[in-house]
Design a protein around this ligand. Structure first.
Ligand SMILES: C[S@@+](CC[C@H](N)C(=O)[O-])C[C@H]1O[C@@H](n2cnc3c(N)ncnc32)[C@H](O)[C@@H]1O
Length: 277
């Protein structure tokens, strides 16, 4: 049984309300669809910046083979991982700190793959609850910013990856963070294989946040005041920062000769300012 920190318990409570409110209404999904336009992967129904371009990047960078195991960490309602599991013919384990997200993801799995090809469990970025060397690839979409200690989360990713396995993670660079990505990866015993720019990501969030503001009354009616206040506060906080936002997809590789002694702990952490969507 996974033991969570106070911070993780608070995140679980926060995201329980977030996912429950969004599941009770189609409005937020419709606004994401409007913001993404043709790039909206309708089946995935992300609570994130996961558009067709990102799905393509995840496919290309994971380099998985049929029958291998993929983890989706911070999976939310599971769409990205389930879509990848079906497309790549791999088995999926989805992890999220939020029990509501895990329940909603589990309810969707039959829409994508047979029941024995996917499972979702409650766990955190830093304590997934998965065995050592359990997964051949891992995705983490718009979730790593939640980790209290990013090196601890990356060290956990290293622990659960098989030697040679890859973690493909969305991140946002603020000043100096490109350097931090390298040092955090090294501290976790991982190798930076690629950093791909996502030049369209800030404009996507600008459209999302403007739509939330424009639909305030509808959001209040369908999601309630608490969720709407949180969404508008995020929009208000993030909109002025988007001009300087630099979004990337980072591919980290587990060394082929990984051993527990290759896995140093403790090291630099940075603060990033990422939207929660
Ligand atoms: C912005 S949502 C993205 C969800 C999903 N990856 C997607 O693309 O739709 C962030 C997710 O991270 C989860 N989360 C937050 N803190 C977490 C933690 N410490 N460990 C694991 N998951 C966490 C939330 O419950 C939420 O589902």
């Amino acid at each position: 049984m996974t033991t969570f920190s106070d911070r993780e318990r608070e995140q679980a409570a926060h995201y329980d309300e977030f996912h429950a409110a969004r599941a009770a209404s189609t409005l937020v999904s419709r606004l994401y669809a409007q913001a993404m336009g043709d790039a909206y992967p309708a089946e995935v129904a992300p609570s994130s910046s996961c558009d067709w371009t990102l799905l393509g990047a995840l496919v290309g960078r994971l380099q998985l083979r049929p029958g291998q195991v993929l983890a989706d960490i911070g999976c939310g309602t599971g769409g990205a991982g389930l879509w990848l599991a079906r497309a790549l013919n791999v088995n999926l384990v989805g992890i999220d700190v939020c029990a509501t997200a895990v329940r909603l993801a589990t309810e969707r799995q039959n829409d994508f793959v047979p029941a024995d090809r996917a499972r979702f469990t409650v766990g955190s970025l830093e304590t997934t609850g998965l065995p050592d060397e359990h997964v051949h690839g891992l995705v983490c979409v718009d979730a790593l910013f939640n980790a209290g200690d990013r090196v601890a989360a990356l060290t956990e990713f290293h622990r659960i990856l098989t030697p040679g396995g890859r973690a493909v993670i969305t991140r946002v660079l603020s000043d100096g963070v490109r350097h931090a990505i390298g040092s955090q990866a090294r501290s976790a015993g991982l190798i930076v294989e690629h950093i791909d720019n996502r030049p369209d990501e800030p404009a996507l969030w600008r459209r999302v946040y403007r739509l939330w503001s424009a639909h305030e009354a509808d959001l209040r009616r369908e999601l309630g005041n608490d969720q709407t206040d949180r969404m508008l506060a995020e929009a208000h906080r993030m909109l002025p920062r988007l001009d300087r936002r630099h979004a990337v997809v980072v591919t980290l590789r587990c060394p082929l000769s990984a051993t527990p002694s290759d896995r140093p702990l403790g090291s630099p952490n940075t603060t990033e300012s990422e939207g929660t969507g």
